[in-house]
Design a protein. Structure first.
Length: 429
């Protein structure tokens, strides 16, 4: 009787296990994000299927209107299981209940323990963890060291004033007609650039209580606007900046037509890739300029993978989330490591800094000492983790551009933008 019972239990276990595996194999997870290296994403998803038997289909949306497309998808009852999330969307999507917290999912603690507390905070909203990291990093000055040398400079400018002086010398030497190109295109690009130019002057857009500071007379933000207006008028900042995103400025420095820009750290790798850059080996990362009293300033970013609340396949989605943003079935940080080595994307896990392959790969195109120094001047942006920031940000893009092009009055426009922030905050609170 005992043997028969044991045999029966064992048979039932095998049946249940087989049924579970068969059910998972029949699931096709739907994934969306922006279209960065789509072929690589699909290769990674194929590896996931080989390891788990679960298929996944990646359907990206254009980066420029990714948020709008996703909000419409969420409101309509999204079909996606796993989504990319930018840090400035996190609070909005989490507070709306569109993505789910993952604090209590099995195995999550091992990832939390391998990340610095600041990174865990950036992946969280209202005390709950909402995803695993896709990539992270900070923004840096990228400059053409050969252009500087030909103009008689050994080091990049320490201040914004000195940057204009170096740009004038480069133009006078016939090296580049418009030495500086920046991301001032309508979208997240212009906000990111203005934030970097503000914090590197010792200022913030909003204080710790989320009160607007950018609109005030004499603020660091308005000083940054004045610098940009002057540099655009003088032709030192290329007017093409007003239509330039990260890809545009990366191509510009890679072509050798421009000398300076501000980019995410990983873009420096592309500029030093001989297969796509005429200036490979000449582009360096340096500190974003500051002032006579502020050495530098920069902003950090994180992109994450999250599970939608509407997903009907949450168990399988959690397996995929770990594969993409954590460890694969072999226990390796396979996808994060691949992004780091092949594309220079930053990573969030402390243990990856001990991987000699990663350290060696980063050292081939990046000045690691300059990167670590820039990291010391990272300024937090807690206002980005408010549920209304994303909505306010969208409305700010036109305002910022209209000010730079002289189509609207700076003072009045910024006052209205500050009032809009206050109204949104009251609406959400």
């Amino acid at each position: 009787m005992g043997r028969r019972y044991v045999a029966l239990v064992g048979w039932l276990f095998l049946v249940l296990l087989a049924s579970s595996l068969t059910a998972s194999a029949q699931v096709t997870l739907r994934v969306t994000g922006w279209p960065y290296e789509v072929d690589v994403v699909n290769e990674n998803l194929q590896r996931f299927q080989q390891q788990t038997g679960i298929s996944a289909l990646f359907t990206p949306f254009p980066s420029d209107n990714y948020r709008d497309r996703m909000v419409a998808s969420f409101v309509g009852g999204t079909e996606f299981d796993v989504v990319y999330v930018r840090d400035n969307f996190l609070a909005e999507w989490a507070s709306a209940g569109w993505i789910m917290p993952i604090d209590d999912l099995p195995g999550v603690q091992k990832y939390i323990d391998d990340m610095p507390a600041s990174m865990v905070h950036q992946l969280s909203y209202s005390g709950h963890l909402y995803g695993l990291p896709y990539y992270s990093g900070l923004r840096v000055l990228a400059y053409n060291a050969e252009h500087l040398q030909r103009a008689g400079f050994e080091e990049p400018a320490r201040t914004w004033h000195e940057l204009l002086e170096q740009a004038r010398a480069i133009r006078a030497g016939g090296i580049a007609e418009h030495p500086i190109i920046l991301q001032l295109k309508k979208g997240m690009y212009i906000t990111n650039t203005l934030e970097d130019m503000t914090v590197s002057r010792g200022g913030v857009l909003f204080d710790d209580d989320h009160e607007p500071q950018f609109h005030q007379e004499g603020s660091a933000f308005r000083d940054a606007l004045a610098w940009l207006k002057r540099a655009l008028a003088e032709g030192l900042v290329d007017e093409a900046s007003l239509n330039s995103d990260d890809h545009d400025v990366t191509r510009a420095l890679s072509a050798g037509t421009h000398s300076f820009t501000i980019v995410a750290d990983y873009d420096v790798r592309t500029m030093n890739d001989p297969s796509s850059s005429r200036e490979a080996g000449h582009i360096r990362n340096g500190l974003i300029p500051g002032t006579d009293t502020v050495r530098s300033g920069t902003t950090a970013y994180v992109r994450l993978y999250a599970i939608t609340t509407a997903s009907r396949n949450k168990e399988e989605a959690w397996k995929l989330l770990q594969f993409l943003g954590g460890r694969d079935a072999t226990g390796e940080y396979y996808v994060p490591k691949r992004w780091a080595i092949e594309f220079g994307l930053g990573f969030a896990y402390d243990s990856m800094f001990e991987d000699p392959e990663i350290v060696a790969a980063l050292g081939t195109w990046s000045d690691l000492d300059a990167w670590r120094e820039q990291a010391k001047y990272t300024v937090g942006r807690p206002y980005r983790f408010t549920p209304w920031f994303a909505e306010w940000d969208v409305s700010a893009w036109d305002v910022f551009q209209n000010i730079l092009t002289g189509r609207s009055d700076e003072g009045q426009s910024l006052e209205r933008l500050a009032d809009e922030w206050t109204d949104l905050r009251e609406e959400y609170w």
